[in-house]
Design a protein around this ligand. Structure first.
Ligand code: SF4
Length: 203
């Protein structure tokens, strides 16, 4: 993608009091993460294919303390861990789309990914491949829906989009896009940091 355009998007993100960084690849993105988040921090992550693809979980296992329910936890323990996310030192996730004018678009099912993004952790770090940049709000919303359909298909959810790849604004229990959130501005300067990575990442 055109570097001038990436610079413009970063300028627009900064104008909304988000910090913006550019990394050529996954390795540079991880170097930035290590600069931004002190060793020993308590962190949490919203489910993210992008973080998996950049090797985030393996590369941070010895460096940060990850808040997550233990394997095989029951519903009470899962709920406790999800609520603990709000007090993490840093919360990591990706975005479903970012418009060229610097707005960040997300959709979520249980909202355990978007809720700590909006409020709680002192630092929120959003890692995004340049494939998720969208020309305007309409294109961003189209991209978000495409990602929701693809996510349902990959995970085998019982939703109509998993069958035909199109959104039906469904009302089924496994709906994966129950909450739509747009970040327009950060009242706390720099709380939300965006690392744009110059490669295709995530859905
Ligand atoms: S509303 Fe339903 S059909 Fe549309 S993307 Fe979400 S889960 Fe799929």
């Amino acid at each position: 993608m055109d570097r001038q355009l990436i610079d413009k998007v970063m300028e627009n993100l900064r104008g909304r009091q988000f910090e913006a960084y550019y990394a050529e690849d996954a390795g540079e993105a991880m170097d930035l993460i290590f600069r931004l988040v002190p060793e020993g921090s308590r962190i949490a992550c919203g489910g993210s294919e992008t973080l998996r693809e950049i090797g985030f979980y393996e590369k941070t296992a010895d460096r940060f303390s990850l808040i997550q329910p233990a394997e095989g936890s029951g519903p009470d323990e899962v709920k406790r861990a999800m609520r603990e996310r709000f007090s993490a030192d840093a919360f990591f996730l990706s975005a479903n789309a970012i418009s060229y004018d610097g707005r960040i678009f997300q959709e979520d099912g249980a909202s355990t990914r978007v809720a700590p993004m909006i409020y709680g952790p002192d630092s929120v770090i959003i890692v995004v491949g340049v494939n998720k940049l969208a020309e305007n709000e309409q294109k961003a919303r189209q991209r978000v829906k495409m990602a929701a359909c693809e996510n349902c298909r990959r995970r085998g959810f019982a939703t109509p989009c998993a069958e035909d790849g199109h959104c039906h604004d469904c009302r089924v229990p496994r709906r994966s896009c129950c909450t739509s959130v747009t970040l327009n501005f950060s009242r706390i300067p720099g709380r939300i940091k965006v690392i744009l990575v110059g490669q295709e990442l995530g859905i």
